[in-house]
Ligand binder design. Structure first.
Ligand code: GDP
Length: 455
């Protein structure tokens, strides 16, 4: 991450309003080096502030330690100018306890000229009446918004303030950096015996463009292999050695209990599963068992139709025909991308990683609230919920996303005690969601929350 690209917020305000304390609070530093003597902090300071997994830079322009009043005035203006120059958003700190002073007004006037978002912070809000005072007319400085009440010393109100900061930054188009390191995507290769899992792993591990290494630093998962692509992206192939060994000893038998348990254990740690099937053979009961496990595990799924080289005469419709019969067999995987590879010749094997990356991105999708609202309203409008059990169709009250990986939604419906939503309507809703949003490769979960009628 290039730290110079971080969105920057700058603290401005006259001396002794509590900028340094707030600065330390935002950086989660101990409030050392702050004293009640005006102008104790002179230097411009900066640091990184992390909130909800995102990072921004915070700059404190420092106190104004000038003896002459007109000098102070001049410096306030200078300070404001400098802030306006470097800031993506400005935190204008005022002291609720003291009330607005002429310098606050000078600063406010100056700041309104900036074409930058200004957030007014009402510090020292330590009593209910001080908290309420942010709504007083006197605090509408030069038409700036009312202050957000905080106590930098106690830390109260800083969460709301940070939310406001991130909102303001979002509007400027300057996105805060996500500090979550892009983690290696955990990939499992799943398939019944003899479909070519072991061969597929060999094809991947033998691919010269990839750097592969056993994950040595963990004794818990000694069979995992780290695959690094030329562009640095990392993937973990889960239990590679186990898959090979298992493939060897299980050529003839079915998927007995041990195989099912093993698959479940692997899927528990999986982000994206490669569901390997043999394109040269019809699907069988073992494929169905595995498909059921994949579905229950809520992992991302890519169907890898292996042994493509065995299909003798390929016409443009061969892929489509297979796709159609596969979807007829496994209707719940209509959302899974299907790719035709040959572990033997290596055809399309390297492309799998691009697809895995895409699917992982979709598992992490977060749909903005307003988009979700527009979506469910129009879905309800074009097809009213049908009733399941019970006398009346439920009324949809709202839909929110409550989790990612996989995207999980809560649908709130108003029902009489015995009413229920028809499962077919939920399927309709899921299909509409998939048309509207990019969700290929990821399962989605829609939980129904019943709000009792009249409640
Ligand atoms: P696993 O049990 O799923 O690990 O399957 P293996 O990787 O051991 O492969 C089973 C058999 O299928 C072996 O004889 C492989 O050589 C063969 N095989 C695997 N992938 C392909 C492929 O893409 N094309 C062809 N023609 N044969 C393959």
């Amino acid at each position: 991450m290039n730290r110079n690209d971080l969105p920057t917020i700058v603290l401005v305000g006259r001396t002794n309003v509590g900028k340094s304390t707030l600065f330390n609070r935002l950086l989660e530093r101990p409030a050392a080096l702050v004293s009640a003597v005006p102008g104790t902090t002179r230097d411009r300071k900066e640091g990184e502030c992390v909130w909800r997994g995102k990072m921004i830079r915070v700059v404190d322009t420092g106190g104004l330690d000038m003896e002459l009043t007109d000098e102070i005035e001049r410096n306030v203006v200078k300070q404001a100018e400098r802030a306006i120059e470097t800031a993506d958003a400005i935190l204008f700190v005022v002291d609720l306890d003291v009330g607005p002073l002429p310098q606050d007004r000078t600063l406010a006037t100056k700041l309104t000229k900036a074409k930058k978002p200004v957030i007014v912070v009402g510090n020292k809000a330590e009593t209910p009446s001080l908290i309420a005072s942010v709504h007083n007319k006197e605090w509408r400085l030069s038409g700036l918004p009312s202050p957000i009440a905080v106590s930098a010393v106690r830390g109260t109100g800083t969460g709301d303030l940070l939310d406001a900061i991130f909102e303001a930054l979002a509007e400027t188009g300057k996105q805060p950096e996500s500090i979550e390191a892009p983690e290696a995507i955990r990939v499992a290769v799943i398939g019944k015996p003899n479909v070519g899992k072991s061969s597929l792993l060999n094809a991947i591990l033998g691919e010269e463009r990839f750097i592969t290494s056993p994950i040595a630093h963990t004794t818990r998962e000694p069979n995992d292999v780290l695959v690094t692509l030329p562009d640095g992206r990392e993937f973990v192939l889960i239990d590679t050695a186990g898959i090979r060994k298992f493939a060897k000893i299980k050529k003839t038998g079915g998927l007995e209990a041990a195989g099912v348990a093993r698959t479940k254990r692997i899927l528990d740690q999986t982000d994206v599963a490669l569901f390997v099937v043999d394109v040269s053979e019809p699907m069988g009961s073992q494929d169905r068992t595995l498909a059921g496990l994949l579905q229950a595990a809520h992992v991302g799924v890519i169907v890898v139709a292996n042994k493509w080289d065995l299909i003798p005469s390929k016409s443009p419709s061969t892929m489509n025909d297979f796709r159609r019969s596969f979807v007829a067999e496994f209707p719940f995987f209509t959302w899974a991308p299907l790719t035709f590879v040959s572990a033997l010749t290596g055809q399309r094997v390297p492309d799998l990683f691009e697809l895995i990356g895409t699917v992982q991105g979709r598992r992490k999708i977060h749909i903005p609230e307003e988009e979700l609202e527009t979506f469910w309203r129009s879905a309800v409008k074009s097809h009213l919920p049908t009733k399941g059990k019970g006398p009346q169709p439920p009324k949809v009250l709202g839909m929110t996303q409550v989790a990612t990986e996989p995207p999980t939604f809560q649908l709130t419906v108003k029902v009489k005690r015995t009413d229920a939503l028809a499962p077919s309507w939920l399927r309709y809703l899921e299909n509409r969601m998939r048309e509207r949003f990019e969700l290929e490769g990821t399962p989605i979960v829609i939980n129904v929350h019943k709000a009792q009628a009249g409640a």
